[in-house]
Design a protein around this ligand. Structure first.
Ligand code: SF4
Length: 222
């Protein structure tokens, strides 16, 4: 589809990566947006909080990147705070799903109840395109070893049935972290992706990378 209003709108991004297997069911294209109003203590993507950081790509460019990813079942939106750029992200989803059947996982620091109570159309439109919402801010005092979440207040909310069976299968023998993917990017930077089971993982990785004289760029989900 070409020429849709809004395709040129810029989205401020923190990072893109694909395929990722630690931030939602199956293999995914992950879009980390830049900018978050919450500033949670212990945030493990703290480089993504500053709304002036990161880089920009247009809605169309991001949709084309998603469409070009081979073998991914869906998109995960993380951050940063996806709800702060919800209108443009909803259009990314529409363009990408126009080309492929893709499921949508969305992280947000807002609770679903707060989004619904506020009644903002842009945020509700993104929620309406989401199959699995992972909601709530990270609370370090509630850190736990959980599937795709960092603290026990965060919930896996099925807004459709798309992932219900897969999530029930994964949690049937215990709700545990999906682990962390560690990669070197093309420039040799060490990157990791996922929600670690234990607090302090990020700092330990940094220390180890520095100790081994590796250049690190540590990025995780919420
Ligand atoms: S943990 Fe999530 S909601 Fe909290 S500051 Fe970090 S990106 Fe924002």
């Amino acid at each position: 589809m070409n020429g849709l209003a809004g395709e040129d709108v810029p989205i401020r991004l923190h990072r893109l990566d694909s395929p990722v297997t630690t931030l939602g069911p199956f293999s995914r294209a992950v879009i980390w947006v830049q900018g978050c109003p919450f500033n949670c203590k212990g945030c493990i993507t703290r480089e993504s909080i500053d709304p002036t950081g990161g880089f920009e790509m247009s809605v169309r460019e991001i949709a084309d990147w998603v469409i070009a990813q081979e073998g991914v079942e869906g998109i995960t939106l993380s951050g940063g705070e996806p709800m702060e750029q919800s209108e443009a992200l909803a259009l990314v989803i529409d363009l990408a799903k126009d080309a492929k059947d893709l499921g949508i996982v969305c992280y947000t620091g807002y609770t679903l109840e707060a989004i619904r109570k506020a009644g903002r159309k842009d945020k509700l439109d993104l929620v309406s395109r989401t199959d699995l919402l992972i909601d709530g801010q990270y609370i370090p005092e509630k850190h736990a070893d959980l599937l795709w979440r960092g603290s026990s207040n965060q919930r896996l909310i099925h807004l459709t049935d798309r992932y219900r069976a897969e999530v029930e299968m994964l949690t049937s023998e215990g709700d545990r972290s999906a682990g962390v993917e560690v990669k070197f990017d093309a420039s040799g930077k060490l990157e990791f992706t996922g929600v670690p089971a234990t607090p302090g993982f990020r700092d330990r990785m940094y220390e180890r990378a520095c100790g081994e004289n590796l250049e690190s760029s540590n990025e995780e989900a919420e």
